[in-house]
Write a protein that binds this ligand. Structure first.
Ligand SMILES: [Zn+2]
Length: 106
């Protein structure tokens, strides 16, 4: 399990390296020195630190997910607004033409 993929540094985009000695294992950026650890050592430590690093590196992805979830909630509330608006128009306009009728009646 030494082939864990590390994402680029979330701060500078630099290359990430794993520090597999001591406790706990680290993942650090070779460029700016940012580092993170998973509080473990050994094989588990590699995994934990890589996960911690990648989680940090994908913060923007998490934001994107939150943004799209937010957008979904807006879209669905907009749909319900449009729905009630349509009902409102239906009620307030008794002379509304049924769908498919021609303009000649007006
Ligand atoms: Zn960096």
């Amino acid at each position: 399990m030494s082939n864990i993929e590390l994402k680029p540094c979330p701060f500078c985009g630099g290359e990430a390296r794993m520090m597999k000695m001591g406790y706990p294992h680290w993942v650090y950026c070779r460029n700016c020195g940012a580092r993170v650890h998973g509080g473990k050592s050994g094989e588990e430590g590699e995994k934990a630190s890589a996960e911690a690093w990648n989680r940090r590196a994908s913060d923007d992805v998490a934001d994107e997910e939150a943004a799209s979830a937010y957008l979904m909630s807006i879209t669905s509330s907009f749909a319900s607004i449009a729905d009630s608006l349509e009902r409102f128009v239906d009620q307030s306009n008794p002379h509304r033409r049924p769908p498919g009728s021609s303009l000649s009646g007006y």
